[in-house]
Design a binder for this molecule. Structure first.
Ligand SMILES: Cc1ncc(COP(=O)(O)O)c(C=O)c1O
Length: 440
């Protein structure tokens, strides 16, 4: 069937609207992709590709959506940004200004959080093997939320608190008891290195309760990422409620804080799958007894930051092989880390209509360097500018200098200019570091 031009435009409009349905900051106008009203083509003239763009408004909206909807049902709520998802200074400062807490896992992250201005009242310190130096430092500073992962760690914290003549509140990270079906789907399973099984967890609570230097205040559970399921939370909350009631009834230990970890999928993915924070708030309220006396904590990373970054990349080469069309772009898997849960999507900066299905690969000479698992179906030619969606989580923070420098990061200003937040790696510096011992 041959379509006339008007019919073709209609199809284009439908396709482009579908593409940007769940990322409202991006819209096609006359087939030109616009970010907050500025065309990607114009924005891209200000920098060489590839580069990342941070969209602070989206980060803020994601946070507001979470907090306002949950607050309707949970009076005491503390949301803390998991900086391992993306530790760019600008993101951290923004999180601090918005009133988020900060979840850290190492001295490097502690220093970043301090520099971004977070107070130790808003610190959550996590990790399975925190060093004595890290613990001494954070306890001295008055870290408020200290998640404990093992009995030996608990004893070390006790010794430090004793020496410092202080009483340290602690939260025990446990692995919950869930149905076999749910357990199978978790990222962090029963036999994982993280947390402690729920029965041993009771022993840690008992130990802390008896210690004059420890106060057992909370239970912490983080078992997944990219969660889109209300059923999962229903099951988890049922378990948590029984667990803390048993601690109270059988051991006279009162748990005041419930940390449900991170793990939520990005805002766009939650929207796409009909996940709703009011419903989650209702689930928490109806499952947890005496919710008004508890502090509910979330520590999302991916949810806040995944769709608040895009990357702009250029098509370097087109080829056809084995019946497939390939477009190779200038951003690779050294910065778009190919993880099981990554959801990178590629859209054109200018939509030229439907084309042959095309796979998108990065420039690395590595077979895993494929940007999206699904081929795209729009027309692509060499030198085209493409936009990568959902690339804010676990990209910059996990990126590697594998054969290529890591891209620069910018933020879009209101006047359409872009502000450099972090320069790209300098390849001459990279060369120098490689020959460090010979040149110093
Ligand atoms: C303890 C803890 N909390 C929160 C997070 C953040 O997870 P996500 O980015 O899936 O929200 C992680 C991620 O590994 C984690 O280990």
């Amino acid at each position: 069937m041959k379509l006339n031009n008007e019919e073709k435009m209609e199809i284009n409009k439908e396709t482009t609207e579908n593409i940007t349905n769940f990322v409202p900051y991006l819209q096609y106008k006359d087939n030109n992709l616009e970010l907050e009203g500025k065309t990607i083509v114009e924005i891209s003239k200000q920098s060489s590709t590839p580069f990342f763009l941070f969209i602070p408004n989206r980060f803020e909206q994601n946070y507001e959506e979470l907090i306002t909807k949950l607050h309707k049902f949970i009076p005491n709520l503390f949301v803390s940004y998991a900086m391992k998802a993306n530790y760019l200074g600008r993101v951290l400062k923004h999180a601090n200004i918005l009133g988020l807490g900060i979840e850290v896992m190492s001295f490097f992250e502690i220093l970043l959080a301090e520099k971004a201005g977070f107070s130790y009242d808003n610190f959550i310190f996590n990790g399975p093997a925190k060093s004595a130096a890290e613990l001494e430092y954070t306890i001295q500073k008055g870290v408020k939320y200290l998640n404990v992962d093992s009995l030996n760690e608990l004893k070390l914290i006790e010794r430090i608190a004793e020496k410092k003549k202080t009483k340290q509140s602690i939260t025990v990270r446990i692995h919950p008891q869930l149905s076999e079906k749910t357990e199978k789907r978790l990222l962090i399973k029963k036999n994982s290195k993280l947390g402690i099984d729920y029965s041993r967890g009771v022993k840690l609570f008992e130990y802390a309760e008896k210690s004059p230097s420890l106060i057992p205040t909370g239970v912490h559970i983080h078992v997944g990422t990219n969660i889109i399921s209300h059923d999962f939370y229903e099951e988890l909350l049922g378990f948590v409620n029984n667990y803390i009631n048993e601690l109270d009834n059988k051991k006279r230990i009162q748990i005041k804080e419930i940390n449900l970890g991170g793990g939520l999928a990005s805002k766009s993915k939650l929207d796409e799958n009909g996940f709703n924070f009011e419903k989650l708030g209702k689930q928490i309220k109806s499952n947890i007894d005496n919710i008004n006396d508890k502090l509910v904590i979330f520590e999302p990373g991916r949810y806040l930051v995944e769709d608040s970054f895009i990357a702009i990349t250029k098509v370097l080469r087109i080829k056809k092989s084995w019946g497939r069309k390939w477009a190779f772009v200038d951003i690779g898997a050294n910065s778009l880390i190919p993880m099981r849960y990554s959801e990178y999507r590629i859209i054109p900066s200018y939509y030229k209509g439907k084309g042959q299905y095309c796979n998108i690969g990065g420039p690395l000479c590595l077979p895993v360097d494929v940007v999206t698992n699904e081929a795209v179906d729009f027309e692509i030619e060499e030198k085209d500018l493409l936009v990568v969606l959902n690339c804010g989580a676990y990209t910059l923070s996990m990126s590697e200098q594998f054969g290529y420098p890591r891209p620069a990061v910018y933020e879009l200003e209101n006047d359409g200019t872009i502000k450099l937040l972090k320069p790209s790696d300098d390849i001459y510096q990279m060369v120098k570091e490689s020959f460090w011992s010979e040149e110093t």
